[in-house]
Design a protein around this ligand. Structure first.
Ligand code: SF4
Length: 427
């Protein structure tokens, strides 16, 4: 099996010096992961044990979704809870009882820790064990932290999936587990491609329902579709599964490289690989070429946000003709991000962590054509004349695999096109 991707270029960024900074950060907490996870897991409920602040965060992040009887909510800690005057465990048991009696469709319940529950050291792990016993086998109760103290943004998904891994059934069979929450339509496309390659016994974590339980064992290999799954990666290794390290399936090249690593593992022939990927690759290349016209020759600067920054920088530089000035990541994990760093052309400053004021100084000095950042920075930078792309949209929009490659390029092209249109209108 030959490598189907373009070869690693000389002087990739894997061994480039990393600028590590710690200071003030501008990021979401891990609770935001609930917004996409609850849509993915159709029989799960996410009960945040937190304050009114946490409830407000979820309401504003979920937007109109809150009117659609969502499967998440907040058990609000009152001041008397925080002062230790109430038995928080007894109250939590009551809340859960009311919830489960009202919503018999719930099969998986996640107790999600927050800053306040952590500060008062509420033991949600013990609560989850107690409630699992009380409601087994109908409902499985698990616990993870989405607090701002411990997690940023997409790490909430990582914490959730890492909590699931230890309780998944064991298998001795050889299987492929694809890890990372994708929109259903994208997941179906991915499963279609793997099926076309003749790869059998494929499971997805998180599965849409508890009945489709994923199995793990010493003969399991797993591939990640999201780059922010460091804890889940470690939990899978602890269960004896083996990681298939690959670039992430963003863009035509990333998707081909990702599939190619799996194909190689399962001994798929070159002919079958070509036959399965040829048409979607061509479609993806055409769609990217069209959308990337506005990006060609432009520079991009990434603030750290979702951990998608390195694979995105690889896509934008290699497939869309951009040059990267700085690629900021909240964390860099060589086993996960290394294959994309290998492909990223040398040149950009790779940075890990954040001291937001210093990073803003670097960004202002570089005057990039496009800045990828969170909502808190976007409008102020626009007011300074810099074009921005909100990083959060990249997590909520279907962007993976061949059919979405053109849309992914369009997401970045849009702010530049808008600026050009507004500039003409202003003249
Ligand atoms: S978990 Fe912490 S950071 Fe997140 S909304 Fe609640 S209080 Fe704020």
């Amino acid at each position: 099996m030959t490598d189907q991707s373009r070869p690693p270029i000389a002087g990739g960024c894997r061994s480039a010096p990393i600028l590590k900074q710690r200071g003030q950060r501008e990021v979401f907490c891990g609770l935001t992961g609930i917004i996409w996870l609850h849509r993915k897991m159709q029989d799960a409920f996410f009960l945040v044990v937190g304050s009114r602040t946490c409830a407000h965060l979820l309401q504003s992040a979920a937007g109109v979704m809150i009117f659609a009887e969502p499967r998440f909510g907040t058990a609000i800690l009152e001041e008397s809870d925080l002062a230790g005057l109430n038995d928080a465990h007894a109250e939590l048991d009551r809340e859960v009882e009311t919830l489960l009696s009202r919503r018999p469709d719930i099969r998986q319940l996640f107790l999600v820790g927050s800053c306040p529950s952590e500060v008062i050291k509420l033991d949600l792990n013990r609560a989850a064990e107690r409630l699992t016993q009380a409601y087994a086998p109908k409902v499985r109760v698990l616990e993870y932290s989405g607090s701002g103290i411990e997690t940023t943004f997409t790490q909430g998904e990582d914490a959730c999936l890492a909590a699931m891994v230890p309780v998944l059934p064991k298998t001795e069979e050889r299987n492929l587990v694809v890890v990372g929450a994708l929109p259903d339509v994208v997941e179906d496309q991915m499963l279609g491609l793997l099926d076309g390659l003749g790869i059998e016994n494929v499971q997805v974590l998180p599965a849409r329902t508890i009945d489709a339980d994923v199995q793990i064992g010493p003969n399991t290999v797993f591939a990640l579709t999201q780059p922010f799954l460091g804890e889940t990666h470690a939990a899978m290794l602890r269960r004896g599964a083996r990681h298939l390290a690959a670039p992430f399936p963003l863009g035509e090249e990333g998707t081909t490289a990702w599939l190619s690593v799996i194909a190689k593992e399962f001994g798929v022939s070159d002919e079958l690989f070509e036959k399965t990927t040829d048409a979607p690759r061509r479609r993806a290349r055409q769609a990217v070429a069209q959308a990337a016209e506005a990006l060609d020759g432009k520079s991009v600067f990434f603030f750290p946000d979702s951990q998608l920054e390195i694979p995105l920088a690889r896509f934008l530089t290699r497939e869309c003709g951009m040059s990267a000035i700085e690629v900021g990541m909240p964390y860099i994990h060589d086993a996960i991000h290394g294959p994309d760093l290998d492909l990223l052309p040398a040149g950009p400053q790779i940075s890990e962590g954040q001291d937001v004021d210093l990073q803003l100084d670097r960004c202002r000095e570089a005057r990039p054509d496009l800045t990828v950042c969170g909502l808190g920075l976007a409008n102020p930078l626009e007011a300074e004349g810099l074009s921005t792309k909100w990083a959060i949209e990249l997590v909520f929009t279907p962007v993976h695999f061949y059919e979405q490659a053109g849309d992914l390029a369009s997401l970045f092209a849009r702010p530049l096109r808008r600026k050009a249109i507004l500039g003409v209108a202003a003249e």
